[in-house]
Design a protein around this ligand. Sequence first.
Ligand SMILES: Cc1ncc(COP(=O)(O)O)c(C=O)c1O
Length: 456
Amino acid sequence: MRRVYMDANATTPLLPEVMEAMRPYWMERFGNASSIHLHGQQARAAVDRARETLAEFFNCHAAEVVFNSGGTEGDNTAIFGLLRADDHFVTTSIEHSAILEAAQRLAGRGVETTFVAPAASGLIDLEEIRRALRPETRLISVMLANNETGVLQPVEEIGQIAREAGAFFHIDAVQGAGKVVIDVRRFGCHLCSISAHKMHGPKGIAAMFVRRGTPIEPLLVGGSHERRQRAGTENVPGIVGLAKAAELAMQSLDDGTIPRLAALRDRLEAGILRIPGTGVNGSQAQTMGAPGPAFGTWESTNPVVLVPEQSSKSNDCHPERVRHGGRVEGPASSSSHDNAGAPGPAVGTWESTNPVPRVANTTNIWFDQLEGEALVIALDLKGVAVSGGSACHSGATEPSHVLMAMGLDKTRARASLRFSLLKTATEADVDYVLQVVPEAVKRLRQLSPVAAGTAR
Ligand SMILES: Cc1ncc(COP(=O)(O)O)c(C=O)c1O
């Protein structure tokens, strides 16, 4: 059976060049980069070279690159490293749980967080960020690209807002890295986290940009590694692999890979949208008859505020739940476009649309009258790997907090699937997926309790 992996936003395989670059550092060049003998010097030289590559990747100085274990560590470091009791934190309700749960934990330590909700398109409205600011706002954290919808946020403009407000700005660029150019100077951020395994590097290794002078407390102490910003013996093979992956990612931003990928994604999307009762989450802004500027014009929702003394003690990161503990306004008002009953190429057929920027490899599609989990399993049985939500939530029955924040109802959020293409995806992969998805949808709809009206 053919196998097509369309879950690149969960993780990606190593590229062969990455494997080859890492290989010597497991065995013959096994040294500890802190040792002064030859083995140590070899390891140190490899780490130094990797740091230079990452500096090019971020567009920063080598001394501003800190290696760590993953996007989760980078996100946690930004929050726990900067925020103290009585600080105010602004983030969004569509962040990864590495941000949301860190904010939740800090609520118990006297840090108040405002979660800005997105518009129905998945975009964060700049005015909402402005409105969330307070004199005591110390940190703003907004993701570059959303892991579920691929929607790109206006980080450059948010960087400007942070500058005007005198707040620190962190970007979770885990899902943007390798898909769009990362330029921390242009973004105007103080901190930026990426992760190797989302861009064909190894798991458990990552890097973070920390702007010189940013007063961040390390999460881990115990050694002078990484200029005292992250203690622990360096993962030299991982660091070498990350650097190779970053180098290849920079090349593929220049060599036509991204437009090719966007064309494949668009073909996949248009093909799936021929199925009646489907639509894309997070591809079109609602312009209500008058396409406007790219950001900030459509109706948006009020922020969710998590205040320390009222915060829920649970570990739950879902903003929906957070609402019960904090001062809260209502959910996003509207939803994505609906082409139910109108088969045909959907792209370009909406009455009035204004595409929002997305990374090239991702589409998130709802299917009326079925359970997303059932479709994920049916497709897996046909050799197609996709995701019914972000990977960290798979297996959970809760609908995606991202889609809910965009205003989808629970049924539609549960009936949504994320297709995220590897940069090595081919036309044949897309053809195969377009062959099996309509069949699987048809069969499941015939069996579906949702279709039969008997679902909870
Ligand atoms: C947007 C985003 N941030 C952070 C992370 C966590 O990264 P890691 O798996 O490297 O800890 C992920 C992983 O899915 C992600 O998608």
